[in-house]
Design a protein around this ligand. Structure first.
Ligand SMILES: *Cc1c(COP(=O)(O)O)cnc(C)c1O
Length: 420
């Protein structure tokens, strides 16, 4: 059997399998809520395959019209009146409540605003301050911040500065080793739910319980999990959490991040950035600070309304969508991609660093590959858009709301061509 013939057969078999999976996909219709490539957008006739929604989610169709209205009518005509009449002032908590069901949080615990980096800072300093309260006289201070050593760099940089400011020491460890370093000196633990590079899903319930058993606070970064899989913040007693909204939540470039503070902790949440928007009486213009109550405490200054209301429109795509269904499709997509790569790509050219066990996998596949930067450049030229993470990782994100199985098959086929 000639090589070409053998491949034609494999391609046909996988394409048929993809067609079946697409036909049975209960989320398939959601794709129409997004602006995506059509066949005519690409020279070769085949539409592009967007596998980078874990860096910048695609544009939901509802957004441009909303932004047009916010700019022309709310800003252009109503001007200052929009803070009340268009609901600008209450947007950070209102939009937080829209994100809440996606991460398993009851209303009133999430505020939207600032970047993830800034929210990591607020959460971590506040966690250390809370951990330091109520220690018995003579007890050693809680002066250690445990940080995921494999973290997205910004979290590590911010944690280091937060540690210096609070008189703490950083203890960097891999998430699996966290239980072994916890102790009476641990103040807070900052962890990623999904590793941005490998796509590994960490054990949020188990690690949170271990942190609590040590008397410390758990701070989770949800950048690569929110919108891709169930998080269940309330159910697992997570203390604080942060996340961005421009990845799986499709809020747009630089859309504001969010901060979750568990309800019971809100009265003790002592923000290191107590801006006037978090004041109990912001328009009282009082010289002394008095923190507002509830999620409002996580605010800093005037919210960036244009980005925030683009995000609000983007979140409408989630109406009627179950995060469990999203998770089931996400796992089916990543399974199918790994199967296609295994069937098409000659042995030894790529190696998956994403765990094969579902319980340990986020919504991406990371393939280690020689010359990964160059390979990704050639994939993108051919319409398959993933990204490259130094030094040798090809990263493919699978957004269940708009990625189809046929696209997954096509992406694996193009990868084979590029490598072959
Ligand atoms: C994407 C990402 C960020 C982004 O931080 P910004 O301040 O929004 O730029 C932070 N942490 C993790 C883990 C991320 O994946």
């Amino acid at each position: 059997m000639s090589e070409t013939y053998e491949f034609a057969e494999k391609y046909e078999e996988k394409a048929a399998q993809a067609a079946k999976l697409d036909a049975a996909d209960g989320l398939a219709a959601l794709r129409d809520r997004f602006v995506l490539d059509t066949a005519s957008d690409h020279a070769g006739g085949a539409a592009g395959v967007y596998l980078d929604g874990n860096s910048l989610g695609a544009l939901p169709r509802a957004v441009p019209g909303r932004i047009e209205d916010v700019v022309r009518r709310q800003w252009g005509e109503l001007r200052i009146r929009s803070w009340d009449e268009s609901g600008w002032w209450t947007a950070p908590e209102r939009i937080g409540d829209r994100i809440a069901p996606l991460v398993g949080a009851a209303p009133g615990q999430i505020v939207v605003g600032d970047s993830t980096s800034v929210n990591v800072f607020k959460a971590l300093v506040a966690a250390v301050r809370m951990a330091g309260e109520g220690g018995s006289a003579g007890a050693a201070p809680r002066d250690e911040i445990v940080v995921d050593a494999s973290t997205f760099p910004t979290d590590g940089y911010i944690a280091e500065s937060a540690a210096r400011m609070t008189g703490c020491r950083i203890v960097p460890v891999l998430p699996a080793d966290v239980p072994g370093v916890l102790g009476p000196r641990t103040a807070a633990v900052l962890l990623n739910h999904v590793d941005y590079r490998t796509g590994r899903l960490h054990d949020l319930p188990g690690l949170t319980a271990a942190v609590h058993a040590a008397g410390a606070l758990a701070v989770w970064d949800l950048c690569h999990s929110a919108g891709a899989l169930p998080v269940e913040l309330d159910a697992h007693g997570v203390d604080l959490a942060v996340g961005c909204t421009y990845k799986y939540l499709n809020g747009g470039p630089g859309s504001p991040a969010y901060l979750y503070v568990r309800r019971e902790l809100q009265p003790r949440f002592d923000s290191p950035l107590p801006g006037w928007n978090s004041h109990a009486e912001p328009f009282g213009m009082r010289p002394e600070y008095e923190a507002g109550s509830g999620a409002v405490r996580g605010r800093v200054g005037t919210p960036d309304i244009l980005s925030m209301l683009a995000l609000e429109a983007a979140l409408e795509v989630w109406d009627g969508v179950s995060i469990e269904a999203v998770r089931a499709k996400s796992l089916a997509l990543t399974d199918f991609f790994l199967e296609c790569v295994d069937a098409y790509v000659p042995r030894g050219l790529v190696e998956s660093v994403t765990p094969s066990a579902h319980a340990e996998r986020g919504s991406q596949v990371a393939l280690r590959c020689e010359g990964a930067g160059d390979v990704m450049r050639r994939l993108i030229e051919r319409g398959v858009v993933g990204d490259y993470r130094a030094p040798d990782i090809l990263r493919f994100g699978f957004t269940p709301l708009y990625v189809s199985f046929a696209e997954v098959e096509r992406a694996a086929r193009v990868l084979r061509d590029v490598l072959g």
